[in-house]
Design a protein around this ligand. Structure first.
Ligand code: HEC
Ligand code: HEC
Ligand code: HEC
Ligand code: HEC
Ligand code: HEC
Ligand code: HEC
Length: 400
């Protein structure tokens, strides 16, 4: 391969990688944007042009300059007060409904929300661009998470086409430059030969290695994020104890068995003695109940398999949430009273704790301790006091 061809191949490959990485970044952005949008904006905005509490945000990136959007999201009331004509007209059109300010959102985060809105509106077009394989994946496009995949498959298809085009360009070029290419050879053979030549090219080799490293890196990062997430974990227990029966049908209070849940850090899993309050009379003959008797006779605790388990570095306190925060068990555990076997419903990641602390109002009613805080807070903020405002995002509150 002569030098000109070599440069061309190098150029095309850099272009391809640039394209791929830009695309990957966009996909990543849109995925982050989806979470931010759903957690913060979806209560009042649709990503289409449908009007909810506020206007549909479809095309917002074209409708308004990004600087304006950032200012607006950070503090809508300030933009209105500054006399901004557009903002005031919109505000009046929506009957002076006040949008929540998001002063902590970075420009990057706001851009990712816009990227998500754009991507979700581009969704129906994606299968067409992605040709045949994307067609098969089209039903998945119903959810926007699936849509991202369709787009990525589309990208892959495009990349394969570009690669084939590249190979044939190289083939033609090498013929033009007096290459030995045998025009009689079948197409597949020529492609194979050119691929072999390409593989021998050091620029191409480097390219492939970089690509493999990128893929490997991404897989590692994904795996790292996945480590320790046990959402959906529902181990079999040594005794077929059913919450559906006890907490659902017989409506035994959660704290009858989980005695610490309103007073202490841990909720406690009940000892066999608590079961005996009833089972010394109820269903004694059942083999499952016999296991409770056995545990008591051998003076061994029942070996319940732990379902929810934070790593030691994190501190979580039940009473702070159930008693002070007035949250219900189901906010974090789902409908336990409908479960035959307990399943972990939340991710229990740091992001999960933080998300809720950002979004949840402090339950300050009838709590004199908060009166002063609320008063101070309301002086310079229009939003109600959130958990983040009382230190719910401070590292040391959750980490020893
Ligand atoms: C509590 C409801 C509410 C929430 C939550 C909310 N908005 Fe709004 N938003 C509104 C209302 C209402 C308007 C219309 C202007 C007004 O009345 O203040 C608006 C207007 C806008 C506009 C201008 C729209 C246009 O057509 O020019 C943008 C951009 C916007 N919001 C972005 C966001 C983003 C991004 C989020 C999430 C981070 C968000 N909003 C969360 C209620 C909300
Ligand atoms: C009659 C006693 C009893 C009652 C009432 C009861 N539980 Fe349990 N709970 C248990 C036992 C025993 C276990 C351990 C075995 C298991 O996981 O099923 C358990 C386990 C759990 C776990 C999982 C613990 C872990 O290892 O992570 C959660 C969460 C839980 N219960 C929540 C509740 C909630 C919420 C209620 C009320 C709606 C409730 N329980 C009512 C006895 C009870
Ligand atoms: C407040 C009373 C009460 C307590 C406390 C209680 N149970 Fe029960 N349990 C019942 C009742 C009522 C039934 C249903 C009996 C029936 O079907 O006739 C039952 C049924 C069961 C069954 C199904 C038995 C079978 O073969 O059908 C198991 C297993 C069981 N309980 C385990 C436990 C364990 C383990 C504990 C302690 C963590 C416990 N129970 C605590 C009231 C209780
Ligand atoms: C704010 C979220 C949240 C709420 C609300 C909540 N839990 Fe939990 N629960 C957790 C977390 C997180 C863990 C894991 C704790 C750990 O590993 O240190 C857990 C663990 C448990 C366990 C396992 C034993 C233990 O103490 O670690 C039980 C049982 C339990 N919860 C029961 C309940 C009951 C019953 C309620 C309602 C009265 C409730 N939880 C409300 C988040 C919550
Ligand atoms: C469903 C919402 C929710 C989830 C999930 C949640 N929290 Fe909270 N958290 C609250 C609320 C509400 C309060 C405020 C309680 C109060 O009024 O003091 C709070 C308060 C706290 C506080 C005290 C903050 C302070 O400054 O007083 C700590 C520490 C805490 N949470 C840790 C955690 C950890 C760790 C997790 C995750 C394992 C978690 N929380 C998950 C809602 C939540
Ligand atoms: C509301 C509670 C909360 C706050 C605030 C919080 N964390 Fe965490 N953090 C957790 C929980 C729960 C985990 C364990 C779950 C997990 O690994 O995702 C964790 C895990 C971690 C880990 C280990 C990650 C891993 O994958 O093992 C690091 C490092 C960390 N936090 C640092 C911080 C720093 C730095 C801050 C302050 C900027 C902070 N955390 C604030 C709850 C919190």
């Amino acid at each position: 391969m002569n030098r000109k061809n070599f440069t061309l191949v190098k150029f095309l490959f850099s272009f391809l990688f640039l394209f791929a990485s830009v695309y990957a970044t966009l996909a990543q952005d849109a995925a982050e944007g989806e979470t931010l949008f759903k957690n913060n904006c979806a209560a009042c905005h649709s990503s289409t042009d449908e009007v909810l509490v506020g206007p549909g945000l479809k095309g917002i990136g074209e409708r308004r300059p990004i600087e304006w959007i950032v200012k607006w999201v950070h503090n809508p009331q300030a933009v209105i007060a500054s006399g901004d004509k557009y903002a005031n007209e919109l505000y009046n059109k929506f009957n002076k409904a006040a949008m929540t300010p998001y002063p902590n959102f970075t420009e990057g985060q706001i851009k990712s929300i816009i990227a998500y809105i754009d991507a979700s509106n581009a969704a129906p077009a994606a299968p067409a661009a992605g040709a045949a394989p994307a067609g098969a994946a089209a039903p998945a496009a119903a959810s926007s998470g699936g849509m991202m995949e369709v787009l990525l498959v589309g990208l892959l298809v495009i990349m394969v086409f570009v690669l084939i085009a590249l190979l044939s360009i190289v083939s033609t070029l090498s013929k033009l430059s007096g290459g030995e290419a045998d025009s009689e050879a079948p197409l597949m053979k020529r492609i194979a030969e050119n691929a072999k030549k390409l593989a021998a090219n050091s620029a191409v080799k480097t390219g492939i290695i970089i690509f493999a490293l990128l893929l490997g890196g991404k897989a590692t990062i994904d795996a790292a994020y996945g480590v320790g997430i046990h959402q959906g974990y529902a181990p079999e227990q040594p005794i077929k104890f059913s919450h559906k029966l006890h907490a659902g049908q017989y409506q035994i209070n959660c704290n009858y068995c989980h005695t610490g849940v309103y007073e202490g850090k841990g909720a406690n899993v009940p000892s066999a003695n608590i079961c005996m309050n009833c089972h010394n009379a109820i269903k004694r003959e059942s083999p499952e109940i016999q296991k409770i008797y056995q545990a008591l006779e051998n003076d061994e605790p029942i070996q319940w398999v732990r379902v929810h388990n934070l790593p030691d570095l994190a501190y979580f306190n039940h009473s702070q949430h159930t008693n002070v925060g007035n949250l219900e068990c189901k906010n974090c555990h789902g409908d336990i009273e409908k479960m035959e076997v307990v399943e972990q419903r939340s991710t229990l990641t740091m992001g999960w704790c933080i998300d809720c602390h950002r979004n949840t109002d402090v339950n300050a009613k009838g709590n004199a301790y908060y009166d002063k805080l609320v008063e101070v807070h309301n002086k310079d903020s229009k939003t109600p006091l959130k958990v983040q405002n009382i230190g719910g995002l401070e590292c040391s509150k959750c980490h020893y």
